[in-house]
Design a protein around this ligand. Structure first.
Ligand SMILES: [Zn+2]
Length: 60
């Protein structure tokens, strides 16, 4: 199913891979029409780590 338009597509394009420490990860799919319009979705865990690093590194 397309993550953007929520339609079932016969040609899903992987736009993001979600990884988890516990349990299997999964892929986020979009249809070929929506894929070019989707920004690459960062890994939530990477976001957490980046925020943590930024908070400790350079305080704003
Ligand atoms: Zn779509």
């Amino acid at each position: 199913m397309c993550v953007r338009c929520h339609r079932i597509t016969d040609e899903p394009v992987t736009v993001a891979e979600v990884h988890q420490n516990s349990g299997p990860g999964w892929n986020v799919y979009a249809c070929p029409e929506c894929a070019p319009h989707l920004p690459p979705q960062p890994d939530p865990l990477d976001l957490l780590r980046a925020g943590h690093r930024r908070r400790r590194g350079d305080a704003e």
